[in-house]
Design a binder for this molecule. Structure first.
Ligand code: C2E
Ligand code: CA
Ligand code: CA
Ligand code: CA
Length: 275
């Protein structure tokens, strides 16, 4: 930072002000981003380590702002959760992704599984389960081929009501995955409160697996624990062949990360996987 005339305190407050102004602007712009066609979805392939082939894709939302350019979900998802726009945006993602993946299934990738991220704010909606059921119906999407990814933050408040909703979702036939496991406060009790189908180990552990014996022990133990609870395990953030081999040796069912593929725009996924 330059010291020209301004003291550090002024620079600091200016930076806070700029951040605040940007945030307020993005919050406003998020309200019109769907109708202005500024969103698109990238699909990151996930590999089944037994079959050695792509078995699923995770839908990851992208926002191309007309003036600011690409804005990362790490920045705009929290803003959209704050002002509630995540509710219509989340539904748009689910609907668009079911529609897209259904087409890929029909074109021959018949057992391709779709994974979609859900926010707490969506869960809080009165008609949440109905919304999911409607999207499945409207897109005639097979619920067995949909995995909803939630984080433990959903289970931290209002547990009883949340579990009731999760059970209703399972009755629809969809699978429930616990995302970012190990990243937050991960209490093992979440695993006994509800029977998840899939556990996704956070990438912070995967990235240290060959550097740090403790991380390796944790990943190995989490995989074994998950298997004893009848959960499938996904490792995210796999960036190297060594990490991949470690996970295969430790019986991890699915792997996801830049070592295999970045999240891909529709055209790229089709070119590479739907021949
Ligand atoms: P996430 O659910 O944990 O998604 C995985 C993130 O890890 C993605 O970041 C993906 O691009 C990134 N990733 C995948 N492989 C690797 C790797 O090998 N190395 C590294 N360093 N990163 C990898 P992305 O797309 O920026 O999304 C960030 C977060 O934004 C997601 O984390 C998710 O929490 C949220 N998000 C994205 N799309 C949606 C959405 O449609 N709805 C909701 N509620 N949240 C979303
Ligand atoms: Ca996820
Ligand atoms: Ca994750
Ligand atoms: Ca996440």
């Amino acid at each position: 930072a330059k010291q020209k005339g301004k003291n550090n305190f002024q620079l600091y407050t200016e930076e806070i002000k700029n951040k605040f102004v940007r945030k307020r602007k993005l919050a406003e712009d998020l309200k019109y981003a769907i109708e202005n066609h500024q969103f698109f979805i990238c699909y990151q392939p996930i590999i089944n380590t037994m079959k050695n082939k792509v078995c699923s894709v995770e839908a990851l939302l992208r926002w191309k702002h007309p003036f600011e350019g690409m804005i990362s979900p790490g920045e705009f998802i929290p803003i959209s959760e704050d002002n509630g726009t995540i509710v219509p945006i989340g539904e748009w993602v689910l609907r668009s992704a079911c529609f897209q993946v259904k087409q890929w299934q029909q074109r021959g990738f018949y057992d391709l599984v779709l994974k979609v991220n859900l926010s707490v704010r969506q869960f809080e909606q009165e008609n949440f389960v109905e919304m999911i059921a409607n999207v499945l119906k409207d897109t005639s999407y097979n619920p067995q081929l949909l995995e909803l990814e939630i984080t433990e933050s959903i289970l931290m408040q209002n547990t009883e009501q949340t579990i009731e909703i999760l059970n209703k979702l399972k009755k629809l036939g969809v699978k429930i995955s616990l995302d970012d496991f190990g990243k937050g406060f991960s209490s093992l009790s979440y695993l006994t409160d509800f029977s998840f189908d899939v556990l996704k180990i956070d990438r912070s552990f995967i990235q240290k697996v060959l550097i740090d014996e403790k991380s390796a022990a944790i990943v190995n133990t989490v995989i074994n624990l998950a298997h004893q609870l009848n959960l499938r395990v996904v490792a995210e953030g796999v960036e190297t062949e060594e990490q991949f081999k470690f996970l295969v040796n430790n019986q991890c069912e699915e792997v996801q990360g830049f070592f295999f593929s970045h999240p891909l725009p529709v055209e790229d996924f089709e070119r590479l996987y739907c021949t």
